[in-house]
Design a protein around this ligand. Structure first.
Ligand SMILES: *Cc1c(COP(=O)(O)O)cnc(C)c1O
Length: 445
């Protein structure tokens, strides 16, 4: 593969952009390929190389790169009528109605411009509503580039995970391992009266993909109820993907107080949203006192793209298609691992997938989760499969990144460039694409 153009572009980029990129995860070593254009389930780079794309923009693209006619014409019409106005438009109401109709816990929605902005606003809202400062987050959970959640450490002994964040932010953030009910009980026993909210992804979607163990979210729900804290589901990555239009909360049958959205709900354009019970969401200004505002919030082009994408998905059985391909891919990967690397674990559900390079194999595979780890206690892999961020961290992350990823890229398969970030099947992928991906995995593992 020739990468001359990408190399030259990265050379230029390094002079004018820190690290040569606008989002740190894109700075693949030694240098990223620059994308010229998307093409269905593929991307084409600046040198004309074509890759089967499972990165899908890191999550926002449900349909792939060719947006259907109805999405395209809605976007073009909006753009041609002037991109935005500083006054409300009908399409914002329509998308809010759509979200409220389909997501079980959501009665009202405030749109913002990124997942980060959504979680920042949700944390402020939870603090304003409860009059408390502390929040509980999961180790390895990701909620965007925000001060309150960029923390490391355990329990109440937390510190900012980046320079530039005052220690005082981390003081209010408590961390627990995902899937650890005892740790959740302990943190509430100690700090319960000060906890404004538990903020968690329904499954760890930015750290290997970790499925919840049975009863975990129910425990969080009960603890929040007992202590007057809010349960906030960060569905920025799972929203309108896992569980389809009802989102992961519908699939897992959990009723959070607040939900954050992003990625898919903007149809590939910058977006975020905070949804939840009216009584809480109405605490945002101007109906309430918790300040929230944004020049671009509810941007008509984004709203139109999000609405038409979700309508298209609903009317064309897109979820059946991508989830079916996801199952096929994950079970195919499972077969390959049984042969070639029984210690590794296939994770993911619906249209999300990843192979985690775990280090221990079970004695038997009989009756294991067929299409990705679902934390079934009766599965022979149960003791070995990753339950939290610590387990993912202990996997062979260097091998994944330095040997496996480049080998997949050489075969024309574009995966997220580290062990942690999720990968996605899209509406434009076909059975043949899945078979091709499996062949590549067979070679690279
Ligand atoms: C991507 C993501 C975010 C951040 O969204 P941005 O749009 O990148 O700011 C927050 N939470 C989760 C769960 C995410 O996957």
């Amino acid at each position: 593969m020739n990468h001359e153009q990408s190399r030259a572009l990265y050379d230029r980029a390094l002079s004018v952009m820190p690290g040569g990129v606008n989002s740190s995860v894109r700075a693949i070593r030694p240098y990223p390929f620059f994308v010229q254009k998307g093409d269905g389930g593929h991307v084409v780079d600046a040198d004309g190389n074509r890759y089967l794309d499972f990165v899908m923009g890191y999550g926002p693209l449900l349909l792939g790169h060719d947006i259907p006619e109805q999405v395209q014409s809605a976007v073009q019409r909006r753009a041609s009528e002037g991109p935005m106005y500083g006054a409300p438009t009908e399409v914002e109401v329509e998308l809010a109605e759509f979200v409220a109709r389909h997501v079980p816990s959501v009665e009202m929605v405030r749109f913002v411009n990124s997942g980060t902005e959504a979680t920042v606003s949700a944390v402020r809202l939870a603090r304003g509503y409860t009059g408390r400062d502390k929040i509980v987050v999961m180790q390895g959970g990701y909620h965007g580039a925000q001060e309150s959640t960029l923390v490391e450490g355990e329990g109440g002994d937390t510190h900012p995970s980046s320079p530039g964040i005052p220690e005082s932010f981390a003081e209010h953030t408590l961390t627990v391992p995902f899937n650890d009910e005892e740790a959740a009980h302990t943190v509430f026993a100690k700090h319960g009266d000060d906890i404004a909210a538990v903020l968690t992804e329904p499954m760890l979607g930015n750290y290997g993909i970790v499925h919840p163990v049975e009863g975990y979210h129910e425990t969080l729900r009960d603890l929040c109820d007992e202590h007057g804290s809010l349960l906030v589901f960060d569905e920025v990555i799972t929203g309108f993907r896992v569980g389809g239009l009802q989102c992961a909360q519908g699939k897992f049958d959990i009723d959070p107080d607040l939900t954050t959205f992003g990625k898919i709900v903007g149809g590939g354009f910058p977006v975020g949203a905070i949804g939840g019970k009216s009584e809480i969401v109405e605490q945002f200004t101007p109906s309430g006192d918790v300040f929230q505002s944004g020049t671009f919030s509810g941007h008509p082009v984004t709203m139109a793209a999000g609405l038409e994408t979700l309508r298209y998905a609903a009317e064309n059985d897109v979820y059946d298609h991508v989830n079916g391909l996801g199952d096929r891919l994950r079970s195919g990967l499972q077969d390959i691992l049984e042969d070639q690397a029984p210690e590794y674990t296939v994770v993911g559900t619906d249209s999300m997938f990843k192979v985690v390079f775990t280090r221990d194999a079970p004695d038997s595979f009989e009756g294991h989760c067929e299409a990705g780890c679902q934390q079934r206690e009766e599965c022979p892999r149960y003791e070995h499969c990753p339950k939290n961020a610590g387990d993912i961290k202990r996997a062979e992350t260097e091998r994944w990144e330095r040997l496996f990823w480049p080998k997949m890229k050489e075969q024309g398969v574009f995966l997220t460039a580290n062990q942690f970030e999720s990968q996605f099947v899209c509406g434009a992928h076909t059975e043949e694409d899945i078979e091709e991906a499996l062949e590549a995995y067979k070679e690279a593992i």
